[in-house]
Ligand binder design. Structure first.
Ligand code: LLP
Length: 422
């Protein structure tokens, strides 16, 4: 459920008409609903009630500091995958003891900054990383709290580019081998082993793969405890999918996910940590764009909008579906037309939708791409020297620009022509 609804014939974000934001900010722009973020966080939090737990927002899905602050004020921790994200979370007011550091390629420098600034735990993904972390911690005279990310070899049944839990993926340490690595970690003076971590992929639409992975984690936890490790925290990753198409499959509810966690892991008495990104942010944002031209092609009409693949990469990268709706509500029963909805970037891949049935569109109409709160602004680039799209946060009847559109001077001014060329 989200708070983007038509009122008096105009699509609103909570109580603000999108036409009003478009007038003030120009298009394209991202708009987020604070109430939707809050609701989705609370659904997750409530699903784990009765268990000691922390919901760490996967900020790669949406890293705007206003969103991070909103999450942190609700009690969320953060899941970060780079020191850039770590510093950004800190800048938004998140304390180090609520930040989890994930990722396959943490550098010495990143480890040092996190250890000095405070960190809840590192999710270690390889033996070489473990060795380097031990060295860095010893050089600082501290112990690094860790979990080891295990790869359970489970098919997440999601898009190949976002599945992470099969043995052929680059993530984690094979679960069968992990006990040896735990034994090694247990001997290291700079390492404090506190738990087990698993994350099998993103946009999962079934609970079964999670359950298979969590059963393996339960088994491993018992074996590790028998081996003398004080396993007290389980990080279960993110991955719960969202509905992108209203008519399509309904992903599992967080309450069912929470009940399954209790069933498979509750008896272990561990603190549960989860790292949802998309579930919280995905349907809490829209990308609003204007129609530039309607171009009649051979056998198909193209709607050329002012947003492009650099602003919202998901359709080009994963063939992802985003619902696209007109901001001004069409009359009920109006005959629809099929459009290919495309951006201005010079690539055929800059196509958002093919043959999409929409009420007739014309130049200057506003359209909104739904489900654009996750992996949308955070994956944007300036390809074709197109400025990053501004972000707007709505709460009730107020809105604020939470990231400005950069000027062309700012973008162009970043390049440096060396003296020796003049
Ligand atoms: N934890 C770890 C270690 C992750 O790698 C991810 C996502 C998450 C948590 C959050 O997963 P979520 O709850 O959002 O599914 N750009 C792609 C998605 C990439 C996901 C990467 N890892 C997309 O647009 O679909």
């Amino acid at each position: 459920m989200d708070y983007f609804i038509y009122k008096d014939g105009t699509l609103h974000a909570e109580d603000v008409p999108l036409t009003e934001i478009a007038k003030e900010v120009g298009t394209p722009f991202y708009v987020y609903s604070a109430a939707t973020f809050k609701r989705h966080f609370e659904l997750f939090d409530e699903a784990l009630a009765g268990m000691d737990h922390l919901v760490c927002f996967a900020m790669k899905s949406n890293s705007n500091q206003a969103i991070l602050k909103l999450m942190a004020d609700l009690g969320a921790g953060m899941d970060v995958v780079s020191i850039g994200e770590y510093l950004r979370a800190k800048a938004a007011g998140v304390s180090g003891d609520k930040i989890v550091f994930s990722g396959v390629g943490k550098t010495r420098e990143e480890m040092q900054i996190a250890l000095e600034g405070g960190i809840r735990q590192f999710n270690v993904e390889s033996e070489p990383e473990l060795e380097v972390l031990n060295e860095v911690a010893l050089s600082l005279g501290v112990k690094a709290p860790i979990t080891i990310r295990v790869n359970p070899d489970v098919d997440a049944k999601t898009h190949a580019k976002i599945a992470t839990g099969k043995s052929e993926n680059k993530f984690g340490i094979p679960i069968a081998k992990s006990r040896d690595v735990y034994a090694k970690a247990g001997e290291m003076a700079g390492i404090d082993v506190i738990g087990v971590d698993v994350h099998i992929g993103s946009q999962l639409t079934e609970l079964e793969p999670f359950e298979l992975a969590f059963q393996k984690v339960a088994e491993l936890t018992e074996q590790l405890r028998e081996g003398g490790h004080n396993i007290r925290r389980l990080d279960l990753g993110g991955g719960l999918g969202i509905p992108y198409e209203k008519s399509n499959t309904v992903p599992p509810l967080p309450s069912d996910y929470g009940a399954m966690i209790k069933r498979t892991l509750g008896h272990l008495g561990c603190e549960i940590e989860v790292e949802p990104g998309r579930f919280i942010s995905g349907n809490a944002g829209l990308l609003v764009s204007s129609v530039i031209y309607i171009k009649e092609g051979e056998g198909r009409d193209f709607t050329i909008v002012d947003a492009a693949m650099n602003d919202l990469l998901r359709p080009a990268m994963y063939e992802a579906h985003h619902d696209i709706v007109p901001v001004v509500e069409p009359n009920a029963g109006i005959e629809k037309t099929a459009y290919d909805i495309v951006g201005p970037v010079c690539e055929t891949g800059d196509t958002f939708a093919k043959g999409r049935e929409m009420a007739p569109l014309k130049a200057d109409d506003l359209v909104a791409f739904r489900s654009a709160g996750a992996y949308a602004a955070s994956m944007a680039s300036e390809y074709n020297t197109r400025p990053l799209v501004p972000e707007v946060l709505v709460s009730g009847d107020q809105f604020a620009v939470v990231r400005q559109r950069p000027s062309y001077e700012e973008i162009i001014g970043r390049d440096i022509i060396p003296d020796w060329m003049s």
